[in-house]
Write a protein that binds this ligand. Sequence first.
Ligand SMILES: [Zn+2]
Length: 829
Amino acid sequence: MRRTQVRVALLAMSALVGSVLVATTPAGADTADATVTAGSERSHLEDADDVRLVHVRMTGADMLDKVVAAGFDLEHGLRRVPTGIEGEAVVTAEQVAELEALGVEIIGDDEAFAWSDEADGGLRASGARTAQAVQPASHEATVRVVRADWFTTKGQGFLYVEARTTEGQQSNPVVTMQLENDSGKDTPFGFARTMSRFVDSGQYMFHRNLFKLDTRPSQIRVTSSTGGVTTGFVSDWLEDAPPPLTSNPGYKWDFVDGYRTPQQLYSRAEEIAREYPDIAEIVYLPNKTNGYQRKAQATIGGTGQSAVVVSSAAWGHEGGNDITVEFVERPGANLPLSIEVQGKAIRVLLAKDAAGALASTAAQVAAALESQSQGLVDRAHPYRTNAGTGIVAPTTGPVALTDFLDQKRAGAPEGEVPRGPATIPVLRIGKHRDGRNPGVLIQAQDHAREWVPATTSLEAAERLVHNYKSDWDTKKIVDNTDVFFILSNNPDGANYSFYNFASQRRNLTNHCPDENADPGRRNSWGVDLNRNYRVGSGHDGYAGGSTNCVSDTYQGPAKLSEPESKNIIWLVENYRNIKFMMSVHSNGGQLFWQPGAYIADGRITTPRPPLGDEAFYWQSASRILSQVKAHRQTVVTPENVGGSSDVLYSSAGNVREDLYHTYGIYAFGWEVGGSVYNPATGNWQGGSFQPPWVGTPDLVSGHSETMEYANGIMEMFRVAADWGKDKKKPTSQLVPGGGTYSGPVDVRFETSEPATIYYTTDGSRPTLESPRYEATEFREPGQVFHVTETTTFRWFSVDAAGNVEKGYDPTNDGKRDNYRSATITVTGR
Ligand SMILES: [Zn+2]
């Protein structure tokens, strides 16, 4: 029965908003070239010894992209502030000047943005008054509350609000928003504050505020300078008493007592598999890493036109470190350039001209070394961008080549590091490891210097195996999930971080051309593994991945160029029951999902998850973060939760985008550590990549972070177990429901649990190809339909586990039409 004669007059309000935004040219349109080409002379981290940490402020994502593309180490700990993005940079003194030349502001610790307790929200209220004065009196403005969240931490209450105006993109004048709150049910609004306008890549996002409050408000009121006004109820962010991970007093935890090198992590994983063979095993990933190994090198003759950079053919530990190179001046005149090789000793006999003067240029010596060193030298070239036109001087004796890996940094742990490619073991824990249970992939330490994610993941693994026999709640997890732990996904880089250069982020692979291949660049090589994936890739124009081989977000020469990222794809393709993934990073106090990348021009994100997935992500995040909070009151604030490109920045080619969009895996990204409220100072305190293990247990401590975030990982297992057992069909309704209305009516859908609705209004049977019920805008609830004429909605809902409302089969037209239906009858005008 098709009632095509029904003329539908629907107005999805979000569509209106969308057109307002799209019609405005983005100011950030020049950021598409954020992935600048390699080549210009840059002085990235030359040596671990002379770097320091500075606080920086950038005007926005476009500046951040340029700075990162220029090779600066700015990842993690970044946060958005009303005037742009603040963060920390690990830099040399010389680089401070380079940063400033790029427009970056170097700020003191005490100049960092802090949400103000002042009534004007920290911004000048005079700006708001000016804007109000020019407001067109007859203008129809719309304001919506996106979120209004209340939480407490360490005895202090906070209110966090996001609100949107449909005129947020307008720039002259900028629309300002005032936020008021009451002091509990039936109390008046007051305490007006100016909200911060949040703009990213030229696009208005929303207005927001976070501030301390001693009394929980019941409602807020938001007023725009163009006359829009709305109120909203305040929700609780995180549960203060979530269902405990266990009620068993004998529950065992606190297994990890210090940072762990990859060797220690892997041998413990193998030990666990041997000790608990009924519930654990090792899956070895097929692609070996490129190895904790380097070619032996030397830069001979300074850094000018006479300098020659020499790299061995063999890896340092396989003979390269035994090679010496000597530039020799012989007596006489009219002598040709030649090379003598004795064993591992290379002697370059420099040419002389007719007058007896030295006559070999650096370019000539390099060419001779490459072709005549009997295979000892793989690569020889002038220094950086030099043409090598200078005459080479003799050395005072043989110069030894070195891979620099024997040069241990101060404080490096005891022990030898195995050289060469590594095989990464996956610790698989589950009673039924046959694909019947939902798989959860915990991937730690994609970024080498992030040491806490590895200990956090190991702690969670230990809790599973030690409590399986004695704790009912743990047994439920192990019996009903199939967990895959990659305790360190970047062992080469992690070893470099432990033993050589603590700030190493990427893997160790040197993809640099000659101009960046000298050993002075050795701390700047490697691929950012979390930029090396295929969806939303920098290779396809998404922002936040660099083409510069010495940038800390270098995306690699091609998608999946690195063995470590190939392995992740292999794993999820071979274990198709993996439905959940957590990529564990540090440090920032954030929990992310999709979208995580956008094309800067127009801020075009990867596709947003449907409303059901988005709601499921939020519900899971709340469960996970409530367990984190239960340990020592650490609150990951709602401003730091959501699509990573919405709340932080675009990270092209990250693993989460690939796993979610290619395989339908719920893929979270976690920034553990950092952002702990310090009641003594009244401020939020940031963390670090390698906080002292014991440190200050209530604030900065690797041990405390490990324990609290391991709680969150345990809860993620429970989320997966519940998902696997979820056979309950969702229900949904149209609000207000079908019936007769005397005029136009606003309707929306509600669901009993996170679920996506597919609907029609043209009389046809709803299918998975029908329009999807969407959010009004991102981070908001479902859209509102303004129904002006009699309309019949037909729909069904699907929950996050795939259960369809009433068991309706949307794929087969021959089956029962047991979808939902409601008619809104509109009479008169
Ligand atoms: Zn990271």
